[in-house]
Design a protein around this ligand. Structure first.
Ligand code: SF4
Length: 352
């Protein structure tokens, strides 16, 4: 089954780093995150399983409230009450993070898995100069090195990120938004993080600063084999930068594919609708598609496939039973995907 959909023009077929992925760096299994509300538990991430590989840029997309930011925080065990991870495994580099005591988890959080938020001011200490932030981060990772050596490395690092060394003496509020985002990356690099999670990190930047920031992420991934998880509502950014894309709907994974396959041969009706609703200069006066309805209330979500009340292709079984997230083969005439193409939809699964 193919959908008629418009392709964002920036998604020309391009090479990705997929193909020789090896063992996943992180395996997420049956993850469930709930928030307690007065009306009952709200299931923000429901039974989610996903593999994340070293050196890939993974785009995480979906409408607001689909659980993508909650998933990002859950990977670092940063869900704050009234939320909590109620079950699941987060196997990172062979260790299930869910079994670590908080003291051990603190060594992973920030140091091996770092997160960059939309507003870095919330993560930077306003009364600490930039050099102090970076020197501290370097010495957390390597306490044996002197302050003088740490400062030399901080200069090297900040210059690599395109910020003049004299800005090291500034306080966070003296830097522009784009520079603060770069400092956040600098802190992650100083700590030698394996995974950087960028949660809507470019939303407050203007387009030129945003483009430079995205170029920097790509360069650093290429040089250092970093894993970058890009959480965004901006499909264009994902089209440009990601190797693989995870589409989330109502706390569940709807579809996972390499970026070429996802944008050119989407299978899940929700992904197809999402792509058709992206502004595209090829539209030639066609009106933008508007997906019918709105995301469900996750305190009392619809049974079966959570997308069924909005799905133009729903069948009777869709309201009764939840499909599996299962691998699909390319349809006739479609190229072989660069990585496993997973879809959570009855249209591609046998049922009685
Ligand atoms: Fe639509 Fe059914 Fe597929 Fe859900 S399972 S996306 S309702 S066709």
């Amino acid at each position: 089954m193919t959908a008629e959909h418009s392709e964002p023009t920036s998604v020309a077929h391009r090479s990705t780093r997929l193909g020789a992925q090896g063992e996943p760096l992180m395996r997420i299994r049956d993850l469930h995150v709930e928030y307690a509300t007065r009306r009952g538990p709200l299931s923000a991430v429901d039974n989610l399983s996903l593999d994340i590989y070293r050196g890939e840029i993974l785009g995480l997309v979906g409408e607001s409230g689909c659980g993508k930011s909650t998933l990002g925080k859950a990977l670092m065990r940063m869900i704050q009450p009234p939320g909590q991870i109620t079950r699941g495994q987060l196997i990172f580099d062979g260790v299930d993070l869910m079994t670590l005591p908080e003291t051990e988890m603190r060594k992973v959080r920030g140091a091996r898995i770092s997160m960059i938020f939309q507003d870095p001011m919330t993560s930077l200490n306003p009364v600490q100069r930039i050099d102090e932030h970076i020197i501290e981060a370097i010495r957390v990772h390597q306490p044996e090195i002197s302050r003088r050596e740490a400062r030399r490395r901080a200069v090297e690092l900040i210059e690599r990120l395109g910020i003049g060394a004299k800005r090291l003496e500034d306080y966070p509020h003296q830097l522009s938004g784009g520079m603060r985002q770069r400092v956040m990356i600098g802190l992650a690099l100083a700590l030698k993080a394996d995974i950087i999670i960028a949660d809507e990190a470019t939303t407050s930047l203007d387009v030129i600063v945003e483009a430079k920031f995205l170029d920097l992420l790509r360069e650093l991934r290429d040089e250092l084999n970093l894993t970058i998880i890009l959480i965004t509502h901006n499909i264009g950014i994902v089209a440009e930068l990601a190797d693989r894309v995870v589409v989330m709907y109502a706390g569940r994974v709807a579809e996972v594919a390499d970026v070429d396959t996802l944008f050119h041969y989407p299978k899940h009706p929700y992904t197809q609708g999402l792509l058709k609703s992206v502004p595209n200069i090829d539209l030639d006066g066609d009106e933008l598609y508007r997906m019918p309805g709105s995301p469900p209330n996750l305190i009392d979500p619809p049974g079966g496939c959570r997308f069924h009340p909005r799905c133009p292709q729903a069948k009777p079984i869709c309201a009764q039973r939840e499909p599996a997230l299962a691998a699909v083969s390319p349809a006739e005439g479609e190229p072989t995907p660069h990585s496993e193409h997973l879809v959570h939809c009855w249209l591609y699964q046998e049922h009685e």
